[in-house]
Ligand binder design. Structure first.
Ligand code: PNS
Length: 164
């Protein structure tokens, strides 16, 4: 049998990483030899609350307990980064039917760009299907309780960002 490592990438903005993301990361870490958390580098076209370095640190501090997970910041086309780093699987989370359309487009485009790389979809625990980084930030900024939805490092970072 071929002795090849199965490396997957879980790409996203992670602005910031939520417990929904962490649920998918934990599930994928049991299925693959290595899981790269691919944090998309900021560009002029997208405004992030946290810098590249902050999003990387938060992903790293929130996944310290999982050995085979490595967060990185990537730039350019996801499939190009995957090809250069021997990654053959892209993992995306699907929370609800509304996610499907854009995910479908993205996975087919990625497959057109590189047919060797397969996208697989995973569903997070149902307690996270209604959350996103955007909702977490909005609720937090309006003084709502989001402690069930983010790790301690993320909660601290949000407090610092909004100076609470
Ligand atoms: O968390 P998000 O914002 O849904 O993540 C989107 C992300 C970063 C996965 C997507 O925009 C992406 O892959 N960007 C890298 C550039 C790229 O390859 N674009 C073509 C995708 S079809």
């Amino acid at each position: 049998m071929e002795n090849k490592l199965n490396i997957a990438i879980y790409p996203g903005s992670f602005d910031p990483i939520t417990n929904g993301h962490l649920d998918i990361i934990s599930r994928s870490s049991k299925l693959f030899d290595k899981v790269i958390i691919g944090i998309s580098k900021s560009s002029n076209s997208k405004d992030y609350l946290f810098s590249d370095e902050e999003r990387l640190q938060l992903a790293s501090n929130s996944t310290k307990h999982i050995d085979n997970v490595e967060p990185i910041v990537f730039d350019g086309l996801l499939v190009d980064f995957a090809l250069k780093n021997n990654i053959n699987v892209i993992i995306r989370g699907l929370r609800a039917f509304s996610d499907f359309e854009s995910e479908f487009q993205m996975s087919l485009m990625n497959r057109k760009l590189n047919s060797e790389i397969t996208t697989i979809f995973m569903m997070p625990h149902e307690k996270y299907t209604h959350i996103s980084s955007s909702i977490v930030k909005e609720v937090f900024s309006l003084e709502g309780d989001i402690s069930d939805y983010v790790s301690d490092p993320v909660l601290k970072a949000l407090n610092l960002k909004y100076e609470k």
